[in-house]
Design a protein around this ligand. Structure first.
Ligand SMILES: Nc1ncnc2c1ncn2[C@@H]1O[C@H](COP(=O)(O)OP(=O)(O)OP(=O)(O)O)[C@@H](O)[C@H]1O
Ligand SMILES: [Mg+2]
Length: 395
């Protein structure tokens, strides 16, 4: 199969149609078949309970939701659906040709509304595609707001704490100096002093996160910058993990913040190593210059055509369940234990990549591995020949 054909295959939209009327499912399928050049995969579910099971284990671009189901009817069906699952675009399909229901569906969180018997192929496709874009935009805006508020909140709190901790550590030091070695209180003060210093380290980390979110940018050579980080972190790689590097950009420049780029590589690297921690595995890191000659199908969170540095960090670890894919970039989302992860790694990576005008995509197959792909816009035409490539809309 040619690369282009494979890319087209991958772009198939995955649609989940929830409706208990087989005749309606037939009509919808017939309508989709008639849409020219529209690649899709349709999965059918005839009740909400079954639909939730399907959504737990598979990714869908859009859900078409009938409002009259065995479990509930009317706008309640949508409310019930969104209470359990609210990260896929929803187009409500109903027999009710009722303006109030349609407005209410949109207000409750659906991306669009279609009336049974009143849709035809092009209109259906347009509705589906618009709904997907609308949902992506909403998620993006929410994520951005979360990140921005997290940045300023943690920055503000950390700053306050820093001031308080300076007073605490200063007074502990002064008091300890005034107490003779023989006094048992000295030991208590020293322990309090050590704890205050640990607290200062945590605060410093929070300040770093906040600062990274508004770091300034200068032209940097992306290849050598990434090579330097890899040389550094490779030393910490457990013996059970083999590392393959393919760093191709030698002179290509990006407008960036080297500390931020280090953080991106370190966080992706750490996640990959962690995913392979109880097994042997291969970690592949590659960097190349690419030219996207057609803009992403997703205008809102996909790249325009142009020149990019493409960084890929791939592991053969345990992979990620489809049900949590949409939460990966959320601040404080973690599946790790209390002392293993804060859930900030990917949130910070996402923030930094966006600051650089770039894009990030994570693909994973449970049990097989994960691939994080980052695109960063290049500053100018690199002299070397670039590979032409497509950026497929991935989950
Ligand atoms: N390469 C990967 N393989 C498997 N799961 C991953 C991978 N990368 C991320 N994840 C999943 O995404 C979650 C969030 O990742 P993120 O880096 O944001 O936080 P974390 O690694 O849990 O904690 P932190 O990075 O703050 O130490 C992880 O808890 C894990 O479940
Ligand atoms: Mg992490």
């Amino acid at each position: 199969m040619s690369d282009l054909k494979k890319a087209m295959e991958k772009k198939k939209l995955r649609i989940l149609y929830i409706d208990d009327d087989p005749a309606e499912v037939f009509i919808l399928e017939e309508t989709l078949v008639q849409a020219p050049g529209f690649a899709y995969e349709l999965v059918h579910s005839d009740n909400l309970t079954h639909a939730f099971e399907v959504l737990k284990s598979s990714f869908f671009d859009v859900v078409l939701l009938d409002l009259g189901l065995p479990e509930s009817t009317g706008i309640d069906t949508l409310a019930q659906f969104l209470r359990v699952h609210n990260h896929t675009a929803v187009v409500v399909i109903t027999g009710l040709n009722d303006f109030e229901t349609s407005i209410s569906a949109i207000e409750k969180g659906a991306q669009d509304y279609i009336v049974k018997g009143q849709y035809e192929p092009l209109m259906l496709i347009k509705t589906i595609k618009f709904a997907i874009e609308r949902k992506k935009w909403q998620e993006l805006a929410t994520r951005q707001v979360k990140l921005e508020s997290l940045g300023s909140l943690s920055g503000g709190i950390a700053h306050e704490f820093n001031n308080i901790l300076t007073v605490i550590t200063g007074n502990i030091e002064l008091s300890a100096d005034m107490i003779p070695e023989s006094n048992p209180v000295k030991v208590y003060l020293e322990e309090a002093g050590a704890a205050a210093l640990r607290a200062r380290d945590v605060v410093q980390k929070l300040l770093n996160v906040a600062q990274k979110m508004r770091a300034s940018r200068t032209p940097i050579a992306i290849g050598p910058t990434i090579k330097d980080v890899l040389d550094l972190i490779q030393k910490d790689l457990p013996g059970s993990i083999e590392m393959c590097q393919d760093i191709r950009c030698s002179s290509e420049m990006i407008s960036g913040d080297p500390v931020g780029i280090n953080q991106v590589v370190m966080n992706l690297f750490t996640n990959a190593v962690h995913a392979m921690s109880d097994q042997t595995g291969v970690l592949t890191v590659s960097l190349e210059a690419i030219e996207l000659n057609q803009p992403s199908s997703s205008r809102l969170d996909g790249p325009d055509s142009g020149n990019y540095a493409r960084l890929v960090v791939k592991d053969t670890g345990k992979g990620i369940e489809p049900a949590i894919m949409h939460r990966l970039f959320d601040p404080y989302f973690t599946t790790k234990g209390l002392n293993e992860g804060l859930g900030m790694g990917l949130a910070v990576v996402h923030g930094i990549v966006k600051e650089h005008g770039g894009f990030i995509k994570i693909k994973s197959t449970p049990g097989k591995g994960t691939m994080a792909e980052v695109l960063l816009p290049l500053l100018k035409e690199p002299p070397a020949r670039k590979k032409k490539a497509l950026w497929n809309a991935g989950s």
